[in-house]
Ligand binder design. Structure first.
Ligand SMILES: [Ca+2]
Ligand SMILES: [Ca+2]
Ligand SMILES: [Ca+2]
Length: 135
C-alpha cells in the first residue's frame, strides 16, 4: 500500500469502533452520522462524528489522544502501532493527536468516498467505501 491508502485504512480503522462491540456490526450506521436525516452525509456531519469519536477515545479529557488511549479504543492496534499511527498524523510534534490532527485526513477521505463529487456522501457511496476499507 502507498502512504495515502495506508493512512486512509488507519483512519477508517479508528472511525470504526470494532474494539467496543466485538460481535455487533462493526460499522457506525449511516443514520448515526446523518444527524439531520436527509439521507446524505455532509463534510460537517462527518467532522462532527469524527470529533465525537475523538472525545469518546480521550479518556482523560485533555483534548489530545495518546498511544495508550488509541490502543485501548482500537482492538486491532497495540501501543506500538498506535504510536506509529500518531507519528504519521502528528503535525505539531507533541506525540499526541489533537482532535484537529485526528480529522486532518477527513477532506481527503470524504473526496474518496464522494465518487460523484456532489459534496455529499450518499448511502450507496458510504456502503461502497466501507466495503473497500472496513471490515
Ligand atoms: Ca487524552
Ligand atoms: Ca500533536
Ligand atoms: Ca456523492
Amino acid at each position: 500500500m502507498n502512504k495515502t491508502s495506508r493512512i486512509a485504512a488507519f483512519a477508517i480503522t479508528l472511525l470504526v469502533p470494532t474494539a467496543l462491540v466485538a460481535q455487533a456490526p462493526a460499522l457506525p450506521s449511516f443514520e448515526e452520522v446523518d444527524k439531520n436525516r436527509d439521507g446524505s452525509l455532509s463534510q460537517a456531519e462527518v467532522r462532527k462524528y469524527v470529533d465525537k469519536r475523538s472525545r469518546d477515545i480521550d479518556f482523560n479529557r485533555n483534548g489530545r489522544l495518546d498511544p495508550v488511549e488509541i490502543a485501548d479504543a482500537v482492538s486491532s492496534m497495540n501501543a506500538r502501532q498506535a504510536a506509529n499511527y500518531i507519528d504519521l498524523m502528528d503535525r505539531d510534534g507533541d506525540n499526541e493527536l489533537s482532535y484537529d490532527e485526528m480529522a486532518q485526513d477527513m477532506p481527503m477521505l470524504f473526496g474518496m468516498a464522494d465518487t460523484d463529487s456532489d459534496d455529499l456522501i450518499s448511502l450507496e457511496e458510504y456502503v461502497s467505501i466501507l466495503a473497500h476499507y472496513g471490515h
